[in-house]
Write a protein that binds this ligand. Structure first.
Ligand SMILES: Cc1ncc(COP(=O)(O)O)c(C=O)c1O
Length: 359
């Protein structure tokens, strides 16, 4: 099946498959949580409106300083971006005409941005048989002569978190091989800072950490992300950015978002409950699931079932899952679910159970 590269665009998926969307569609194909942005946003909205009448701060203030304080690093170690996605365009430019290692299956933007800069891609293929786990050996066998390796942690689309000791060993290996280590922590907020590699930045100066504000704060339309590394690396990366790359609303809202400790705890708790329930349910129906630590998981139907039929029948019932045709190694045989409200998760379980019982 020819399907879109990204989730989060259900109408395009319906159109591409020639299916008429029913009146009610629930989108589980994207990983933004369902509770909406923090409440301060709607309360302060009219107060913030005048911000659009002036040019924003070119360094993304006040967000840049807020992010530096949040992580206990110097302001000069942070560059703000139009979503984590923008950082990947800077990184690709940094590695132009060189070799970079990707871990497959991978977020499609890595390859897309790297190919646009003529970067040669070396692959590490993860496998379901090993629970999609990345090991030090994988990396040791691949990084020679490579300018960088991209590690998505927790990994999208599996949700698997790399063990911290393994990540430290990988960082050591990269340091000795003069290979930069890019850690994409777009989903780390769903576990918390205890899982972040940020405290190890000074031990491993060749590390670049990419963060997104999209997922935890439910603000994908605002576009806000950032990158943390050594000052010199940050200066070099930011050289590739458009002036005023972060708009004034995003910079103001992002700074306030980082103060939302209770909000973060509530989101993590709700996502964890729903993920565990979903995992239990799928296992009880004979499906294989990934060992996810975050607000999404991937699963495979029992071998006798037809995955294409499953995807399209659920679409007809108004349930949109993330297909995996574009995730190497999953090849359409797995499906990814983003955790949504308890009510919608129940509807999803009912739809899957009904389908599995009659097919
Ligand atoms: C693994 C991963 N990294 C980065 C991004 C980009 O996030 P942002 O919305 O901050 O550009 C995404 C978006 O889906 C993602 O899944």
């Amino acid at each position: 099946m020819e399907l879109p590269n990204h989730g989060a665009n259900p109408l395009r998926l319906y159109k591409q498959l020639g299916i008429t969307p029913p009146q009610q569609v629930i989108d589980f194909s994207e990983n933004v949580h369902p509770f909406g942005p923090p409440t301060f946003l709607s309360k302060k909205w009219s107060e913030m409106l005048p911000l659009i009448g002036s040019y924003p701060d070119p360094d993304g203030e006040p967000f840049r300083t807020a992010a530096a304080e949040f992580h206990g690093v110097k302001v000069a170690q942070v560059a703000t971006a139009n979503g984590a996605a923008e950082v990947f365009t800077w990184l690709a430019r940094r590695y132009r005409n060189q070799k970079v290692v990707l871990i497959e299956p991978a977020f499609s933007e890595y390859r897309q941005t790297l190919e646009a800069e003529n970067v040669q891609i070396e692959e590490i293929q993860l496998h379901a048989a090993n629970d999609w786990v990345l090991t030090e050996e994988h990396v040791a066998n691949t990084i020679q002569d490579c300018a960088a390796i991209y590690i998505c942690n927790p990994h999208n689309p599996t949700g698997v978190l790399v063990n911290m000791n393994v990540l430290q060993s990988i960082a050591k290996l990269c340091l000795t091989q003069e290979c930069e280590l890019i850690v994409d922590e777009a989903f780390i907020d769903f576990i918390g800072e205890k899982a972040s590699f940020l405290p190890f930045l000074n031990d491993f100066p060749n590390t670049i950490i990419v963060r997104s504000m999209t997922k935890m704060y439910a603000i994908p339309g605002l576009r806000l992300g950032y990158v943390v590394s050594q000052e010199k690396t940050i200066q070099q990366l930011k050289q590739g950015a458009a002036h005023w790359n972060v708009n004034a609303l995003s910079a103001a809202i992002g700074a306030d978002c980082l103060k939302q400790t209770d909000y973060r705890h509530n989101v993590i708790a709700a996502a964890t409950i729903e993920r565990m329930k979903m995992q239990q349910f799928l296992t009880s129906y004979g499906c294989k699931t990934t060992n996810s630590a975050v607000n999404f998981l991937s699963f495979q139907l029992p071998v006798s079932k037809n995955g294409n039929l499953f995807l399209t029948d659920l679409l007809k019932a108004g349930i949109v899952l993330r297909h995996t045709e574009t995730f190497r190694g999953m090849d359409g045989k797995w499906f990814r679910i983003g955790m949504k409200s308890a009510e919608n998760m129940e509807k999803l379980r009912e739809a899957i159970a009904e389908w599995l019982e009659v097919n």
